[in-house]
Design a binder for this molecule. Sequence first.
Ligand SMILES: Cc1ncc(COP(=O)(O)O)c(C=O)c1O
Length: 400
Amino acid sequence: MPTLADRLKNVSVSASAAMTQRARDLASRGVDVVSLSSGEPDFPTPSHAIEAAHAAALAGDTKYPPLDGTPALKAAIARKFKRDNNLEYEPGQILVSGGGKQVIFNAVLATCNPGDEVVIPSPAWISYADIVRFAGGVPVPVACSHENGFKLSAEDLEAAITPRTKWLFLNFPNNPTGAACSRQEMAAIAEVMLRHPDVWIMTDDMYEHLVYDDFEFCTIAEVEPRLYDRVLTVNGASKAYAMTGWRLGFCGGPKALLSGISNVNGQNSGGTSTITQAAAVAVLDGPQDLLKERAAIYRKRRDFVLENLAGIDGLTCHKPEGAFYLFPSIAGLIGKTSKSGRKIETDTDFVMALLDEQHVATVQGAAYGMSPFFRISYATSMEKLADGCARIAEFCSDLR
Ligand SMILES: Cc1ncc(COP(=O)(O)O)c(C=O)c1O
């Protein structure tokens, strides 16, 4: 029998995708499932993006694109970095790819040799560690504790860096906790990184626009300009503009790094869809009011779910600054038994029993590298959130 490559042995299927699929399977069998597992905005893509895509297709913009992005989109991205982040990136420092995920994948492949370490503040988005392992690198998780609001402490970061460290990954607002760093907290992280000139820093700013209660987003290259030459600033259209299916991510960074990433990108894709790129120009250059309008809706949902969770014995939940996730602790429920006799020994037991018994899909904290917690996505309607919260409350109150 022919065999698969050894490199696949360390790469898993994303637990959130697996949970979303389980929920879909149950729903297709007629079960009324409340899905709080998917990290995807429930809003539509803005119509001006769809119109721009349509116009581009009709105008014949349907040929192979430049491998690293169209000049029009790279110019719009340069304007976005200046407007939102006060960062200057010229077109030669910008790359467009098929989602933030592909940008990060290409960056890691372009830089990591076998055995190179990547420091990942955890809990963290599931794919980081898998991408690093794919490249033969070693993910080094650094715990961002519940007690510290899921933030990265400067001491813990310092202790994690070794002569083998190639990258520090940052993702604030964070998936799965929603935690975001203030300027002061980011400056403390930057201070550590100034002492380690051989380490690149990748900041995944995908949830930049999803911050609440007047919290001000900041990104490390802007907070500490002396790090600018080592920072890869990654962003995309998926979360901010509800364009997950269009597959559009981009990055800005130092030229030498960008040329390596561009090399990998040119080999694993023929460039990003011209239609998608036309839509991205429209959202980046178009009216930005919808970002604030949608953030206000997410904030209401966050507060609603937090209020509901506060009334459930055994759960404790930190109030996050951003993203659209909550990450409650179930420490108070470990060791209990569900109504149908299932012992809850781990957060995986908890989310599986919650799905099977109350048909609510969430994701176990273990998938993000921190237990015993679970992730709730509130990127869904108030009705579904109310239903989901009521079912979670019933499930927990039935535990003995
Ligand atoms: C932290 C983080 N980064 C990147 C991505 C991927 O984004 P994209 O759709 O642009 O590939 C996600 C998606 O869930 C995410 O949560």
